[in-house]
Design a protein around this ligand. Sequence first.
Ligand SMILES: NC(=O)c1ccc[n+]([C@@H]2O[C@H](COP(=O)([O-])OP(=O)(O)OC[C@H]3O[C@@H](n4cnc5c(N)ncnc54)[C@H](O)[C@@H]3O)[C@@H](O)[C@H]2O)c1
Length: 250
Amino acid sequence: MNNIAPRFTGKTVIVTGAGSGIGRATVERLAAEECRVVAVDVSEERLANLAEEVDGDIVTVTADIADPAAIAPIVEAAGDRIDGLANVAGIMDGFEPTADISDATWDRVMAVNVTGMMRLIRAVLPAMIAQGHGGIVNVGSEAGQRGSAAGTPYTTSKHAVNGLTVSTAFYYTPKGVRCNAVAPGPVATNIEAPFHSEWGATRIGPFLQTNVPAVAQPEQLAAAITWLLSDEASNVSGAIIPVDGGWAAI
Ligand SMILES: NC(=O)c1ccc[n+]([C@@H]2O[C@H](COP(=O)([O-])OP(=O)(O)OC[C@H]3O[C@@H](n4cnc5c(N)ncnc54)[C@H](O)[C@@H]3O)[C@@H](O)[C@H]2O)c1
């Protein structure tokens, strides 16, 4: 980092899922580039570890983004100025095909991966529009590009992330707010992906054993997310960028 000019001096960026994996790597990268970071996670313990282990101007907020009442305190913690929002928090399903979906799994996956993301975007837009600038980056997935990467709830939620991204970009790019997504392939994180369906495992197993590129490190995703948040990506909006080791090309 020593040879790179910091891109976020004086800026404030909200990062969800900040306690682990891609979100934590994003916080580390932003903090190292002189950003003030509002780090959000449902896990108080993970946020405590983050605050202890990572240097920088980091404000932690323990919140479940699926809870409508959790959104206002996150925005308040950012203050008047919100330069960026990295919507990283997300959960997997249990590789359930449609016939095996429980309402509980469907509702939780959609609430965290889609509805919480939408509410946060909705909440930061007034400040970004007033400023005349803002960068929003949503974390989608290769599961948002195909049907063979996860169960039906997660696949549906990540396709919805793509729609939320391009529609937000369409409406607000003219007001200076850019909205983009990254679509990771496999990344070494703490995300849990158990097999809850026999047919799901039977059907998807061979696809996960072939054609899936090597597992990436969270820092590789953080590099793409922070580039999209930065002014370097000033002409990029509405893009869904695969950061997946080439999986999208297969
Ligand atoms: N790891 C992969 O292979 C992979 C692949 C494609 C996409 N993704 C996506 O990347 C994003 C980050 O996942 P990760 O792999 O870093 O996982 P992770 O589990 O390591 O980190 C996710 C963090 O989000 C937090 N979180 C979960 N639900 C939350 C909620 N309701 N409110 C607030 N925080 C919550 C968790 O506590 C955790 O700290 C997710 O959107 C995921 O779908 C991951």
